[in-house]
Design a protein around this ligand. Structure first.
Ligand code: SAM
Length: 287
């Protein structure tokens, strides 16, 4: 069954009485060149278990299953497993897990699904939870080597922007702390059914074995970067004071000890300075 053929896909979905849910970010891939490229980029092969999020009707799942030792795919929409039972009938190395990726215990899931295997994540992510999913996968320190994921084009640029670059935001700082991100290739909106209003891109985050900076407290660092970027147009000292409910003098002193000018904007701070800033503020509070 050729799932990238729009007519085949429509007839499959009609047979199952399935209609797309916008709320669940259901835009299914119908461009035949994308899934093979994603499967290759994520390193699917012997000895590798691939975790997919949101298999839909299984177009990427099938490609991953051809190459990987095993695929586990988490799907929230309970209407899809019966469709997947049909489209994945030829594969014995795929397990569909029904549930919400944001609520599942992923440590337990990976231990259960992939004992003895190296693990990669590969997914066409539902756009409405792109950042929460990526942050969960990274901050839970799962035994995963890389995430190869399709996201909206603008999200790709933001997620991969290096701290200190104009496009960066709080999420970029957190991503760079845990991983080395890069944009792999663009994917046009014409590659999906139904066609979304924006283009996409496949990005890859290679999880770092050790972080590039030392933090006194990771969750405090996340609070600090969120505060820094909460008011992008403002000087960082003001944004920090407002976001953390601290005196402006304390924010300015921490910026100074991180080697930054008091009127600097968050987007100009490289990861090392964001880390030094967070550590200085942490010391003031707890040191
Ligand atoms: N992989 C398929 C493809 O490329 O054609 C479908 C991708 S579609 C963009 C996103 C998929 O994620 C849908 O199947 C949707 O039902 C599923 N999904 C949405 N929210 C989810 C959640 N919280 N947990 C797991 N899956 C979810």
């Amino acid at each position: 069954m050729n799932l990238t053929d729009a007519a085949t896909l429509r007839s499959l979905l009609n047979r199952h009485g399935f209609s797309f849910s916008k709320q669940l970010g259901q835009n299914f891939l119908v461009n035949p060149s994308v899934c093979p490229r994603m499967a290759e980029a994520c390193g699917a092969g012997p000895g590798v278990g691939v975790l997919e999020i949101g298999p839909g009707v299984g177009v990427l799942t099938r490609e991953l299953a051809v190459h990987a030792e095993k695929v586990a795919a988490i799907e929230l929409d309970h209407r899809l497993p019966p469709v997947l039972a049909e489209t994945l009938a030829d594969f014995s190395n795929v397990h569909i897990v029904e549930g919400d990726v944001l609520k599942l215990d992923l440590h337990a899931l990976l231990a259960r699904e992939f004992p003895g295997l190296r693990v990669a994540v590969c997914a066409n992510l539902p756009y409405y939870i792109t950042s929460p999913v990526i942050l969960k996968l990274l901050s839970e320190k799962l035994p995963v080597e890389s995430l190869t994921v399709m996201v909206q084009k603008e999200a790709a640029a933001r997620l991969c922007a290096r701290p200190g670059e104009r496009a960066c935001g709080a999420v970029s700082a957190v991503v760079w702390y845990y991983a080395e991100p890069r944009v792999l290739f663009p994917v046009s909106r014409a590659s999906f059914l139904p066609r979304p209003n924006v283009d996409s891109a496949v990005i890859q985050l290679r999880v770092r074995p050790t972080p590039p900076v030392v933090l006194r407290d990771e969750s405090f660092f996340f609070r600090v970067v969120r505060a820094c970027f909460s008011q992008r147009r403002k000087a960082c000292a003001n944004a920090l004071a407002a976001g953390l409910s601290i005196p402006k003098g304390e924010a300015a002193a921490a910026l100074k000890s991180a080697g930054a000018l008091p009127n600097v904007r968050a987007e100009a701070l490289p990861l090392e300075q964001l880390a030094a800033l967070s550590n200085a503020l942490w010391e003031t509070r707890h040191g």
